[in-house]
Design a protein around this ligand. Sequence first.
Ligand code: MG
Length: 250
Amino acid sequence: MIIIKSEREIERMREAGQLAAHALERVVSSAAPGVTTLELDALAEQHIVAAGGVPSFKGYRGFPGSICASLNGEVVHGIPGATRLEEGDVLSVDVGAILKGYHGDTATSVAIGQVDRRIRRLLEAGENALQKGIERAEPGNHLSDISWAVQSYAESLGYSVVRDYAGHGIGRDMHEDPQIPNYGPPGRGPRLRAGMVLAIEPMLNEGDYRVATADDGWTVYTADGGLSVHFEHTVAVTDEGWEILTARDA
Ligand code: MG
């Protein structure tokens, strides 16, 4: 069942979304060669806790971090650790925050130092794919219009979209209905209406879409070893269209 949020609930989710967004900004602005992903994790956690929030991911099914930090061929759910970022890496960071009972969830991928054109092109595609999906999150559209917008854009550039992981509804729980796959034909699934809040999160691979999970039980990586990027926003469907609750410039 898709939970419809009231104006008051959306207002709270905007606050949670902004907290997650600012924590992510804190991480991104500190992500540089020589920094460890555990140091970035501490920055995000401190930021969230100082604002009276709780990191959504910490302890979730035993996940040890406050952020997910996934490097290069890792897709999502990377565990922060002693790995030092290196010039030329691509880092995907996912941050979730609970504030006043509601979750905000957002992710981005960034270049560490100077990266080659191949990575810059993939990063740009991932960011644009998220935007294409968000633009379909309007009242009256079908849920899978989002999925198709992401897939058709990514594949037109020669990339694949990960199929084993999807976006999700979000609210009092981090993962609510509906699941939002990043692939599939348009015109399927429930019609969108104002008050739905969706975490839209395309994962683009430079090679094949298939992924596997590491022995740590969490880290998802590309089966072919190719690079992957991940972009996510928490988006409210509104009467007028949509609003990005985790916008970092808000
Ligand atoms: Mg999410």
